[in-house]
Design a protein around this ligand. Structure first.
Ligand SMILES: [Zn+2]
Ligand SMILES: [Zn+2]
Length: 447
């Protein structure tokens, strides 16, 4: 099947393309890019992308899909459906399922479930240590052969520098990036929010920024020592970003990601005791939020990742200090990036595509993704930078509803998500496109 995405504006930083062009897809692959005036190839369906941004499929390198083990929160199918609805063609699933993904059998299970769902691609991330207990390294080689793209003990960070050094040396041998959730548990000591003005006012136990920064510094030093590729998950403090900035200046292979809630909300939001403001790392102070914005602006932050973390309503209905950490994010990430970053002039649309596609593909070595070059997988995210929409969590594809962003209004959103050449999501308001898509190619060509 041939699909011509016509009259759109293609942004593909990997090829240095930022121009009005047509994009031709066939049999799940990109055929090529042509001028707006060029004729429509025979037998093509046409997708009218006038006024829209056509980008390589977005990749969310940090999600929790809860299967196996907690299918009541999310399944691989429901998570992949939420991904597609949010504009993501590929997601990477963290290993903290039950059983945990610390072996090839679970890795294969995740991949098979994702293939069965036939929605967004799901690449598993394997555990660094067995059962993420921080004591014995997991079989990274076997998991890599089975399909993992990175290793992480997200949520249960590797506790000691010695173990992290061994993990980095081991991962380096398999050319796997280490993704670390930076949190020194001895400093975080059971905190439920950021330690600062608001934890004092609310009388809640806080985790200091230093709990994240000590680990971020440690990991950067160890990346220098071992030469391993290091990626810091969801950086949330000025010091963690500064550690990455210094590592980059030294030329180390260190990268990091930011999550939308950390550039959108501060710890002030906790004062309503809404457990949908409880995540780890926590919402920080205004100064840390500004540091994230600066890191996104100056290029220190490489990727945007949702840290999509579904939880059942009953769990989030507990007291603040008892409720689990995390919020869903797959369907609000692009909106929050458009609203708070692009529309406010922090980043350009080109940079948005780098953060959501070009860089995640590069960090994870996903060779045929993250670009619209010929022969790449036909994964495409189409965005209307002017679309006004409101997020209604009741219509979410996720099985969980834990978000502080219900009712948020956005300018700029996802019109269509195309996975391996198939349009799996089309925004219902875009009937114009649906008609365009079904127009016979030859009449288009003659027109
Ligand atoms: Zn984490
Ligand atoms: Zn996470």
């Amino acid at each position: 099947m041939r699909l011509l995405i016509q009259n759109g504006y293609i942004i593909d930083p990997a090829q240095g393309i930022n121009a009005g062009r047509n994009l031709l897809l066939e049999d799940g692959r990109v055929v090529g890019i042509s001028g707006h005036g060029d004729s429509v190839p025979e037998g093509s369906e046409v997708f009218d992308a006038t006024g829209l941004i056509v980008a390589p499929g977005f990749i969310d390198m940090h999600v929790h899909l809860r299967e196996p083990g907690q299918e009541y929160k999310e399944t691989i199918r429901s998570g992949a459906a939420a991904a597609v609805a949010g504009g993501f063609t590929t997601v990477c699933a963290m290993p903290n399922t039950n059983p945990l993904n610390d072996n090839a059998a679970v890795t294969r299970f995740v991949i098979e479930q994702a293939e069965r769902a036939g929605l967004a691609s799901v690449f598993p991330i394997g555990a660094i240590t067995k059962n993420s207990e921080g004591t014995e390294l997991a079989e990274m080689g076997e998991m890599k052969d089975a399909g993992i793209v990175a290793v992480s003990d997200d949520g249960r960070p590797v506790p000691t520098a010695g173990m992290m050094r061994r993990a980095m040396e081991y991962a380096r041998g398999f050319d796997l990036p280490i993704i670390d959730h930076c949190e020194d548990k001895s400093l975080a000591r059971g905190g439920v929010m950021h330690e600062g003005h608001w934890s004092l006012v609310l009388g809640m136990r806080g985790m200091p920024a230093a709990a994240e920064e000590v680990d971020a510094e440690r990991n950067c030093l160890l990346a220098e020592l071992t030469g391993a590729r290091l990626h810091l998950a969801h950086v949330s403090t000025g010091g963690a970003i500064e550690a990455v900035r210094r590592a980059k200046h030294k030329g180390l292979p260190v990268t990091c990601e930011a999550a939308p809630h950390h550039w959108t909300l501060t710890d002030e939001a906790v004062q309503d005791y809404d457990t949908n403001t409880k995540m780890s790392p926590p919402l920080r102070s205004r100064a840390h939020l500004e540091a994230i914005i600066e890191g996104l602006r100056d290029g220190t932050i490489d990727a945007i990742a949702s840290d999509h973390a579904p939880h059942h309503a009953d769990e989030k209905a507990l007291e603040y200090d008892q409720a689990p950490f995390g919020i869903v994010g797959l369907e609000t990430t692009v909106g929050l990036a458009m609203q708070r970053l692009v529309n406010e002039g922090v980043i350009s649309l080109e940079r948005l595509v780098e953060l959501c596609a070009t860089h995640p593909a590069r960090i994870l070595n996903l060779g045929d993704r993250g670009s619209l070059r010929a022969q790449a997988r036909a994964d495409v995210t189409i965005i209307d930078p002017e679309m006004s929409w409101t997020f209604d969590v009741a219509r979410s594809k996720s099985k969980s509803r834990n978000t502080p962003f219900h009712g948020y209004a956005f300018r700029g959103g996802v019109v269509a998500t195309i996975v391996a050449g198939r349009i799996l999501h089309l925004h219902p308001d875009y009937t114009r496109l649906r008609e365009g898509r079904h127009q016979p190619a030859m009449s288009e060509a003659r027109a």
